[in-house]
Design a protein around this ligand. Sequence first.
Ligand code: NAP
Length: 337
Amino acid sequence: MVRVGIYGVTGYAGYEAFRLLRRHPAVEVVFAASESGAGSSLAHLFPTLDDFPVVAFAEAPLDRVDAVFLALPHGVSAAVAREALAAGVRVVDLSADFRLKDPERYAQWYHEAHPAPDLLAEAVYGLTEWNRPAVRQARLVANPGCYPTAVLLALLPLARAGAIGPGPLIVDAKSGVSGAGRKPSLTTHFVEVDENLSPYHIGRSHRHLPEIEQMLHAVNGGLGPLIFTPQLLPVARGILATIYVPLAPGWTEGMVRDLLVETYGREPFVRVLPPGVLATLRHSVGTNRCVLSVTGVPEAGMVILTASIDNLIKGAAGQAVQNLNVMFGLEETAGLM
Ligand SMILES: NC(=O)c1ccc[n+]([C@@H]2O[C@H](COP(=O)([O-])OP(=O)(O)OC[C@H]3O[C@@H](n4cnc5c(N)ncnc54)[C@H](OP(=O)(O)O)[C@@H]3O)[C@@H](O)[C@H]2O)c1
């Protein structure tokens, strides 16, 4: 059994990680930590979960685990990651602390100096389908953001194959409100969200933009700028990203679909839909799947890709479990089907 501890178990991602890991056939959850919930039990905090004690960070027995999940805010994760690594424990960090390779970019987007720049070089970006060999060896995995998971799984095959022509890449993405975390705010207040649809940080101002571009540019330095419109959808969970892609000369809808099928045909968690079927939230919510569809617009020399994920599963805790499985040589689908 792989022994795992979870930090931030009172948050949405931590809750989902606990739920998945407790039923994982090859994982023992050794501790669940939260500062505000310390001394309580998970069944008390979340009646849907098992009775399990919640400990303060200082009481978390790092000497009894092989790995930890950090479901903590950026800026908080890095110090816990350092402590865990020093204790010989492997880390899957769900925050943004280790996703951007350049500490200057982190400072620019997160408005604070990087909390652990010395650890950045060894951090592996855990988009599992694209970094499996490095994840296998990693001590520190930076689990991708939710929007980047959906957008990158759709776009990376096209970027690598040279299928994308000149011009901007336009991403119109909608997320359920759990994407903003459990701490309430005015913008996530029921009355603001219900029967509404609100864009936020549109254009080139959302923090996931540099994360998406970092990965895209690693496979293709010649792409046009990304234009990204995130929107708050009045549902609890799920992301639907609609991506407008100018095609390189000679590329067609059928070729793009064939490329996606060839790339992901043997992947357990990526589905490419047949012609005429569009990805919807229902195809992925409650699962670790990313569902992709392709629609051609030959008059404009474009395709529209649609990507659907559950932000808390493939976009957070599920992908973290997938990475854990790879890191410890377990069946990649264990605990996720
Ligand atoms: N929600 C998503 O869809 C999603 C997707 C991908 C990645 N992520 C990332 O995953 C991480 C967790 O997200 P979330 O949505 O689960 O957030 P959340 O619901 O707000 O939960 C945050 C957790 O962090 C703890 N925490 C907050 N401030 C802390 C501090 N100063 N010191 C120690 N613990 C602190 C909270 O514990 P207390 O109860 O003790 O305050 C809570 O357990 C974030 O970095 C987020 O960006 C989230």
